[in-house]
Design a protein around this ligand. Structure first.
Ligand SMILES: *Cc1c(COP(=O)(O)O)cnc(C)c1O
Length: 477
């Protein structure tokens, strides 16, 4: 217990704001400097009050100044910034989902810094439609009659239901009432759209007769939803699109599908389990299909709706469409990414998401070896660098059962564990670095799954690891 008079003498030792201020660079906004200094000094006062001050030196200017400078650096750098994803989760929702090819970004850049024909018909010399820039190519790639793009797939689903089924019933299988995460749940979205969910079948099995028995005068749509992030295995049955479409036709009810990720290329030649592509779903009869722009498609965040012109037109005219409108930068990026899909082999090479997904095990091993060789020359003695077979994931709530066999690089720190260094500490240090590195811990070793690290990032990653090791060992390992 510190006596009150001792506390007040400690308070007096806290450096004055002006003394700190005069030591800081003049080109930083004054208000920001004051705010940061105040925050740091408040923390010190708090530490005195709660008796958490470790030593009296913590109140010295030479201790306080670096603290203020570090906080200033933190405030001055962008909050949203690039990092290295060494988790092996390709479509990592928390880490930005999809990386655009640089050529796609150049197109976005040009549209961003110049005026554009966003809503201007250059031939007619009058107002045009922003959707015209991607509608043609979407129809060309998917075989659809018409297309519309909005802010994201959640908006696409909401808008579709609000337009076509408000106040009416939509029949969905109980096995497809999925929650995507971030509170997007099919039953809730349905309720928000004003449509009435009519669930049919059982969790594991739904038959055509289940849909048929539920049809009545209020039925607006038959809907299929991609299970996305879960799978039902064992004794299961679901109705294929082709059969559902025949049923819909018999009763004059449109059939729609929320495909979630929505692939445009078939990845089965790369060892993937079969997933219906957008083209296949339309070919099987879906009247409308919606999917994301930034899941396995590998483009910018967007929701894409393709299908029958009559239905798409109704959705376009819905006033709610304006509220979920796609912005011009996204549109530029989407057009550029879709252009790459004209040649599917090109898409697999040039779109980072597809390149990472289709990377063979042999390729991941070659890359692990290459990176390990580089790293071994840099790390201190006692840190062992090896390889480990591991499993990368598609991520983004797509193909949860799909395992991508990979080889990663592991850091075994047991040789320096006497210094209090372990994988968890190094993982934290890397995460706090610049750029931050997100790695995985497996079997108490730090694992870098390089499937999601581009080779051009190898030097930066090696440097980050070296610096983090220096920091946790105090450079004494
Ligand atoms: C991911 C997903 C959504 C939401 O898509 P966003 O583009 O993230 O808004 C909707 N439905 C399904 C089935 C999904 O998998």
């Amino acid at each position: 217990m510190i006596k009150p008079q001792e506390k007040s003498s400690l308070f007096r030792k806290i450096p004055k704001t002006d003394r700190i201020l005069e030591k800081l660079p003049g080109d930083i906004p004054h208000g920001l400097k004051i705010n940061i200094i105040r925050r740091v000094l408040d923390d010190l006062r708090q530490a005195i009050v709660t008796e958490n001050l470790k030593s009296i030196e913590e109140l010295d200017l030479k201790h306080v100044l670096p603290l203020v400078k570090r906080e200033l650096d933190k405030s001055l750098r962008p909050s949203l910034r690039p990092l290295i994803n060494a988790t092996g989760v390709v479509v990592h929702t928390n880490l930005g989902r999809s990386l655009l090819p640089e050529e796609v970004f150049r197109q976005i850049f040009e549209v961003a810094v110049n005026y554009s024909n966003l809503e201007y018909d250059l031939e007619a010399g009058k107002r045009g439609s922003r959707y015209s820039h991607v509608e043609g190519i979407l129809c060309e790639l998917t075989g659809a009659e018409s297309a519309l793009v909005v802010n994201n797939n959640a908006a696409a689903v909401l808008l579709t239901l609000e337009t076509l089924a408000k106040g009416k019933e939509v029949i969905v299988s109980r096995g497809e009432l999925v929650e995507i995460g971030g509170s997007f749940r099919i039953p809730d979205v349905m309720a928000r759209s004003g449509a009435i969910l009519r669930e049919v079948g059982a969790t594991n099995r739904t038959h055509l007769r289940d849909y048929e028995n539920a049809i009545n005068d209020d039925t607006a749509l038959l809907m299929k939803v991609h299970q996305s992030n879960f799978a039902v295995v064992g004794f299961t049955a679901k109705v294929p699109m082709r059969e559902l479409k025949e049923l819909g036709d018999r009763y004059g009810i449109p059939v729609i599908e929320d495909l979630g990720s929505g692939n445009l290329v078939d990845l089965t030649p790369y060892g993937f389990m079969h997933e219906p592509t957008v083209q296949e779903s339309l070919k099987a009869g879906a009247d409308l299909v919606s999917f994301s722009g930034d899941k396995m498609l590998g483009g910018p965040q967007a929701g894409i709706i393709v299908g029958k012109a009559e239905l798409v037109d109704r959705i376009k005219k819905n006033p709610m469409n304006r509220a979920v409108r796609i912005d011009k930068l996204t549109l530029a990026g989407l057009e550029a990414i879709l252009a790459i899909y004209r040649n599917p082999e090109d898409a697999l090479k040039r779109i980072p998401t597809l390149r990472m997904l289709s990377m063979s095990y042999e390729e991941t091993r070659r890359r692990a070896r290459k990176f390990a060789r580089r790293l071994r020359q840099l790390v201190p003695d006692g840190v062992k660098i090896g390889y480990m077979d591991t499993v990368s994931r598609v991520g983004g709530g797509a193909m949860p059962l799909q395992e991508l066999k990979s080889c990663g690089v592991v850091l075994d720190l047991s040789g320096i564990s006497g210094k209090g260094v372990d994988a968890a500490l190094l993982e934290r240090t890397l995460r706090a670095g610049d750029p931050p590195v997100i790695a995985r811990i497996e079997e108490e070793k730090l694992l870098f799954d390089l499937r999601t690290v581009r080779e051009k990032e190898f030097p930066v990653l090696a440097d980050a690891i070296t610096k983090a090791l220096e920091s946790v060992t105090g450079g004494k390992a």
